[in-house]
Write a protein that binds this ligand. Structure first.
Ligand SMILES: [Zn+2]
Length: 288
């Protein structure tokens, strides 16, 4: 079973993985992917694609995402494979991934070949969710009493932060600017959730609230800005690895803060942290 094998095979590799085409005879023996003419290595496994440019581009993005994951979580992502699919198509799921020492399978949609008016598939973001669940949570099932089935068993803001941290800088900046501009334009409105609510919030996408697109977009933006705030304040890029570690032991953010906050130069009280965070975000958008 992939679940058990995942953790035992965290392969060591260099910091700067190379990208190159894989010779036919050196490809992993995955018959379902034989139809793809282009196979590239990444530092984190393989990419199968229909075009050479596609394979190379996806390989570069996976390398960037994998290195970024290691930067923020300190964990090496095990090898896996990404397969190019058409919009709306699912990849075939070969049974022999594990025997090829590949521990995740990810469909990459090449929007360039699609007639659908779609945005480029957010490869790094979705890999972030996949790796966070596999590496930090070891694919732990949700408890039978879980009311929140979104992503991993982590609180939803953590799951989303793990994904957003891996996004390209340009996409992150768009998310920041969106919320900061809204806050500057509507200073009398509460456009962020108080941390007491935010750190236990059900992902708006998993509730009725998903119909309110602005609310969903604001949630993503607050996830990023809150991660900016904590990383900047603690000067610790791996702060979310520490918070996740506590979460895997059933300790939510408020408990983690009380027990560990001081260690990271944070107040141990969530109300005080909330005040600091509100002051910080106000200073970013510049309104009073
Ligand atoms: Zn997400």
């Amino acid at each position: 079973m992939l679940v058990q094998i995942l953790c035992s095979v965290l392969l060591a590799r260099s910091n700067d993985p190379i990208i190159h085409p894989v010779l036919e005879e050196d490809r992993p023996d995955i018959s379902a992917f034989k139809k793809y003419p282009f196979c590239y290595t990444t530092g984190f496994g393989y990419v199968y694609a229909r075009t050479e440019d596609g394979a190379k581009e996806f390989a570069e993005e996976i390398n960037r995402a994998g290195n970024t994951y290691r930067k923020y979580f300190g964990s090496t992502v095990p090898n896996g494979t990404a397969v190019e699919v058409n919009y709306g198509e699912s990849p075939e799921s070969p049974s022999n991934l594990a025997s090829n020492k590949l521990f995740w399978l990810f469909p990459v949609i090449d929007a360039r070949n699609s007639s659908e008016p779609t945005i480029p598939y957010p490869v790094a973001h979705e890999l972030g969710h996949l790796w966070y669940y596999g590496v930090q949570w070891k694919y732990r099932p949700h408890s039978a009493t879980a009311v929140d089935p979104y992503g991993s068993p982590a609180e939803d803001y953590l799951d989303e932060i793990a994904a957003i941290l891996l996004e390209p800088d340009r996409e992150k900046e768009t998310r920041r600017i969106y919320l900061l501009n809204q806050m500057a334009a509507r200073p009398s409105e509460n456009l962020t959730w108080p941390l007491k609510e935010f750190t236990v919030l059900h992902h708006p996408n998993s509730t009725e609230q998903r119909k309110d697109v602005n609310l969903v977009v604001r949630f993503y933006s607050q996830c990023l800005l809150f991660s900016d705030y904590l990383i900047e304040t603690t000067k610790n890029e791996k702060i979310f690895a520490a918070i996740t570690e506590a979460s895997t032991k059933g300790k939510g953010f408020a408990v983690w803060l009380k027990e560990e906050g001081e260690k990271y130069d944070l107040p141990s009280d969530l109300e005080q942290l909330d005040k600091n965070w509100v002051a910080w975000i106000k200073s970013k958008h510049g309104s009073n």
